[in-house]
Design a protein around this ligand. Structure first.
Ligand SMILES: Cc1ncc(COP(=O)(O)O)c(C=O)c1O
Length: 401
């Protein structure tokens, strides 16, 4: 049996007719940029989360970069974040000229250790960027409390956690601004790259809209006015780019980005969004199955804190014999993934920041023990049984040695 980490084909097969129809409709319409599907998806997504504004962009990394820029974060500013995350989290901070300041994670949730945030705050700190890693929320009450006390902004990196919850509230509604990715492996994904920024702050939303299209047109002008404290009546340009020729787009007010969600991707996301909660529930059932059936083995199963609704973007196990178990599973056709082999404070690219091994003991401990096993809504019982059986057998053979 061959079992991938995530099977995008089975998901596509289940919704093929709808996806094909909607993509063909876009092709026939010949409206490819910021048109009806983008606007409708933005609305549907903000209704799903219950937020005021949603600004779709080209990918999750751009979402983070644009959110940071909209907050006015740049050269020499410091942003506190987790060291145990995908590189894009810190990369976005560096991209705007700011410095990522890494904090260790908790061994149980893999999320930023909120007891270690305050010691990293300096006069240059402008924001905290918690990551809801693997689909489970960071402890947002504590983070918001610290942010309030030190007058910092909170940017949620929600790229792995669409549909997850914290104390009954949706991830993405818990800070000043939040960013999601729709990369194909994500719980809600498109057929390529995509991302979205959400916020309840009118001004931040306006600036994000201006920045995603080269700081141009009426939206660019409104964004510029907000950043420069200029009071002027400017209408929002709701047709920002959806015509082949929009004269307003040749007037630029800010250095921005070309970062739009494609109309085709928006059409696909509109098909998938109504299934998101069902798919996440199936992921949770799958996690429960693994938890129950691996109880009593040497594998450490993921911890779900009682104030979160984990959506298991990834299901992480821990083992002292990771390399052997990964090979054992590979030999039996079961894919695994190692997230993350090198915590960000030890990445070569950040050598100049001066961190050294031992600085973040929990992340370093996890980085040589964790591995993901297949997790997706369409995993069959047969496949789950096969995976659990292989893991148990590995344990038995290991005990014999
Ligand atoms: C935690 C985290 N942040 C940011 C990103 C960046 O998203 P994207 O790949 O869409 O640019 C990802 C996803 O890949 C991620 O997992």
């Amino acid at each position: 049996m061959q079992i991938p980490l995530i099977n995008l084909k089975t998901q596509y097969e289940a919704i093929r007719a709808e996806v094909n129809k909607k993509t063909l409709d876009v092709l026939s319409s010949a409206n490819y940029i910021l048109s009806d599907n983008v606007k409708a998806f933005e609305k549907e997504f903000r209704n799903y989360l219950g937020v005021e504004h949603s600004i779709s962009v080209a990918n999750g990394t751009d979402a983070l970069v644009i959110a940071l820029k909209a907050l006015g974060i740049g050269d020499g500013d410091e942003v506190i974040t987790s060291t145990y995350t995908f590189f894009a989290t810190a990369e976005s901070i560096s991209s705007v000229g700011a410095i990522p300041v890494f904090v260790d994670v908790r061994r149980d949730t893999f999320n930023i250790d909120t007891d270690r945030i305050e010691e990293k705050i300096t006069s240059k700190t402008r924001a905290i960027m918690p990551v809801h890693i693997f689909g489970q929320s960071a402890d947002m009450d504590k983070i918001n409390e610290i942010a309030r006390e030190y007058n910092l902004k909170v940017i949620e990196d929600a790229c792995q956690a669409v549909g997850g919850e914290y104390k009954g509230k949706k991830i993405g509604t818990l800070g000043d601004i939040a960013c999601f990715s729709f990369f194909p492996t994500k719980n809600l994904s498109c057929a390529g790259d995509g991302g979205i920024i959400v916020t309840n702050n009118d001004e931040l939303a306006t600036i994000c809209k201006g920045l995603r299209t080269h700081g141009s047109g009426e939206n660019g002008r409104k964004a510029y006015n907000l950043l420069e404290n200029i009071i002027e009546d400017v209408e929002e340009d709701n047709n920002a780019d959806n015509t082949v020729y929009n004269p307003l787009k040749y007037y630029n007010y800010l250095i921005g980005y070309n970062s739009r969600l494609d109309e085709l991707q928006a059409a696909i996301l509109r098909v998938k969004l109504p299934y998101l909660d069902i798919w996440n529930e199936k992921r949770r059932e799958c996690a429960q199955y693994y938890n129950m059936n691996l109880a009593g083995t040497d594998f450490v199963t993921p911890y779900e804190s009682d104030f979160t609704r984990h959506v298991y973007h990834l299901y992480m196990l821990q083992s002292e014999r990771r390399e052997e178990v990964v090979q054992y599973l590979k030999d039996r056709g079961i894919a695994t993934g190692i997230y993350y082999p090198v915590p960000l404070h030890l990445q070569k690219v950040y050598a100049s920041l001066g961190y050294k091994p031992g600085d973040m003991p929990n992340a370093e401990y996890l980085s040589y023990r964790t591995f993901a096993i297949p997790m997706f809504a369409e995993l069959t019982l047969k496949e789950k049984e096969y995976i659990v059986r292989a893991l148990k057998r590995f344990g038995e053979e290991y005990e014999k040695e």
